[in-house]
Ligand binder design. Structure first.
Ligand SMILES: NC(=O)c1ccc[n+]([C@@H]2O[C@H](COP(=O)([O-])OP(=O)(O)OC[C@H]3O[C@@H](n4cnc5c(N)ncnc54)[C@H](OP(=O)(O)O)[C@@H]3O)[C@@H](O)[C@H]2O)c1
Length: 305
């Protein structure tokens, strides 16, 4: 079985490379952006013709959330056109596409302990905990919009797809919030972190394992068309960025003056969802995935540094 991974140099790509030894039956082909530029359709075709993958995991994306506001064409080219290109070559080769998307397709907010998922219509969340795959997306920034359009391009092109939405990804690899906090703490005595955005951190190694759980499950019955679609995956529980930072410092035994601030005190080019906790019931039910609490996963990650 051949599993092609695009975006191999990114955080998730490196996490997939790290766990690849656990799957001796799989022939992984890892391509970075120089070997497979997903915006280049001819290059996508050539790579697929060479390796004839059974599965393609798309870990490539434009992820600079704030920069996307000033270069929307580039974000669209990678997150939407790139996804479309992969869906088309996957269709031509009958390759199952596993695409990664984001909680930023939503713009929900949180007030008085109640999460609302439509700022304009003031629609409360359903009785289940967290945003569902079926909740109506409405991104508030360019990044989220291009990721949503990428999902839609895949959905309208090739039915054999899994779209896995995740949130707040960190790991020992590449750039992420956890590493930024550790770096800043080395230079500063105090830090202020936003406390009114609520979500769930996701350890990239666990995300990588879940993507491979989907690959392995689907590979046992390639004619099973019943499981394709959108899935949520993050760690369990919820926190603010401030609480995430506090846990990073606590688990690393770092003493620092950490102050909670409102988003209004830390303006950014892109607006971020105030609430983006994802409900994981569907992925648990369909793939038997066990989801670890975010703080336990964070401790595991920090122990590796
Ligand atoms: N990080 C998060 O907090 C987060 C949260 C929710 C969802 N996600 C989603 O999770 C997925 C993985 O994110 P990540 O954290 O691993 O991102 P990342 O570390 O920024 O990695 C993205 C990778 O995509 C590559 N890339 C960019 N343009 C490309 C192109 N045209 N063709 C091929 N590769 C290209 C980059 O290659 P170069 O290194 O060569 O530039 C980079 O290695 C993405 O779909 C992202 O939207 C991430």
């Amino acid at each position: 079985m051949v599993v092609l991974v695009s975006g191999a140099r990114g955080q998730l790509g490196q996490a997939l490379q790290f766990i690849s030894g656990n799957y001796p039956e799989v022939n992984f082909v890892f391509c970075d952006s120089s070997q497979l530029d997903i915006t280049n359709f001819e290059q996508c075709e050539a790579v697929f013709n060479t390796y004839k993958p059974n599965f393609c995991i798309n870990a490539a994306a434009y992820t600079a959330v704030d920069k996307a506001e000033s270069e929307p064409d580039k974000a669209f080219d990678i997150n939407t056109n790139g996804a479309q290109n992969l869906a088309e070559v996957c269709k031509a080769h009958q390759t199952v596409l596993i695409h990664v998307s984001t909680d930023f397709v939503f713009d929900a907010y949180y007030a008085n302990g109640i999460a609302y998922y439509d700022r304009e219509k003031r629609l409360p969340l359903k009785s289940t905990f967290g945003l569902l795959e079926t909740d109506v997306p409405f991104p508030s920034g360019v990044y989220g919009l291009t990721k949503l359009q990428g999902e839609q391009a895949i959905q309208s092109t090739w039915n054999k797809h899994f779209i896995v939405r995740t949130s707040w990804v960190y790991s020992e690899f590449a750039n992420n919030f956890m590493k930024t906090m550790l770096r800043l703490a080395a230079d500063r005595d105090s830090l202020s972190v936003v406390a009114d955005q609520i979500g769930t951190p996701t350890y990239a190694i666990e995300l990588a394992k879940v993507l491979m759980t989907i690959v392995m499950a689907q590979s046992t019955d390639m004619n099973n068309d019943t499981k394709y679609g959108i899935y949520n995956f993050s760690n369990e529980g919820q926190c603010s960025w401030y609480e995430f930072a506090a846990a990073i410092f606590e688990l690393s035994n770092i003493k620092i003056d950490l102050q909670p601030i409102p988003s209004s005190a830390y303006p950014t080019p892109a607006k971020r969802p105030a609430y983006s906790v994802l409900d994981k019931t569907k992925i648990k039910d369909n793939f038997g995935v066990e989801v670890q609490d975010w703080k336990q996963s964070l401790a595991n990650c920090l122990a590796k540094l």
